[in-house]
Design a protein. Structure first.
Length: 314
């Protein structure tokens, strides 16, 4: 089992999408990020067969994620393509490692297709062929650039959360471009990118940001009174959070992992084009995927209406 702790990592250097697109032809080396417990035998077999046929080396790259080790370790920067085998969490971990190295990620879904793991197991070989032939499109993701008062910096592709670490309420004061927006006392708050808004943010009552929308969202977690709805923040604005942890303290989570940094005060901004997914024109888009996974569910009355017969009786 491979295990790496989530480090406080600064944003990678800027790179345009063409710099992440390898030249046509088979990749020389593919780096893997693998789910720790799901059955990965079939996609791994297909990947190995294709790689052996085309003389491609397989390595397993470090990630802020517990992994089942299936091949020898290697560096993400020495790979031409990063392939995740698992679910959206596995793909997110792969995207973090790949973003630092400036490499694209192909997400293979072991289970149902997700928002990030978009290649079904039967399509593994075809997807690798399409990548080899250059018949893929870069799907770029922004990141939250976070600066802590201690001078440390980190980035998040999905979200960051300031949450209470024990008893007592967390106090969070949120400032947008220097202007006070809200002061809340409760469980904390989450700040999300557009792709991250379909996770923690909407479960806390926040808005869903459509793919391609430039901006990020601040969503309070359950709080003690007051009125402070989620707010969508523009791509060139900054958000500052000042945090009081109460007697139980507060913790900082980055992309679902505890960061190990004090959550006293931090400044958040958006940076475009940090990570790149390999996508294909015929893949499922965000909204149909959310409906298929029943994250977006119709009102029961609408479903009942559809079941009525022509005479108005069910």
């Amino acid at each position: 089992m491979m295990a790496d702790s989530p480090a406080l990592s600064a944003l990678p250097a800027r790179a345009d999408s063409e710099s992440r697109r390898p030249s046509a032809g088979p990749p020389r080396r593919i780096g893997l990020v693998v789910h720790p417990s799901r059955s990965v035998d079939r996609p791994l077999r297909l990947l190995r067969e294709w790689s052996e046929e085309h003389g491609v080396e397989l390595v397993q790259v470090p990630a802020a994620y517990n992994q089942r080790q299936v091949v020898e370790e290697g560096e993400a920067g020495a790979s031409d393509l990063i392939v995740s085998i698992g679910g959206d969490g596995t793909t997110l971990a792969a995207l973090r490692s790949a973003a630092i190295a400036g490499r694209p990620v192909l997400g293979i879904a072991c289970g149902s297709l997700g928002a990030l793991a978009t290649v079904a197991v039967p399509d593994v070989t075809q997807s690798l062929e399409r990548f080899r032939d250059g018949k893929w499109e870069p799907r770029e993701f922004p990141a939250l650039s976070v600066t802590l008062d201690e001078g440390q910096s980190l980035f998040a592709l999905n979200d960051i959360a300031v949450a209470r670490a024990g008893g007592g309420q967390v106090r969070v004061s949120a400032y947008v471009d220097g202007s006070l927006y809200a002061r809340i006392a409760g469980d904390g708050a989450v700040v999300s990118t557009p792709i991250g808004s379909s996770g923690y943010a909407i479960s806390a009552g926040g808005p869903l940001l459509h793919s391609g929308l430039e901006g990020f969202v601040f969503t309070p977690l359950p709080k003690h009174g007051g009125f402070s709805p989620p707010i969508v923040i523009g791509p060139r604005s900054t958000l500052r959070l000042e945090v009081g942890g109460g007697f139980g303290g507060a913790r900082l989570e980055v992309d679902g992992q505890e960061a190990g940094a004090r959550a006293d005060s931090l400044t958040v901004a958006l940076r475009e084009g940090v990570a790149t997914m390999v996508s294909f024109p015929d893949q499922e888009t965000l909204l149909p995927g959310l409906r298929r996974r029943r994250i977006i569910v119709d009102s029961p009355r609408v479903a009942a209406d559809e079941e009525r017969t022509e005479d108005g009786c069910p």
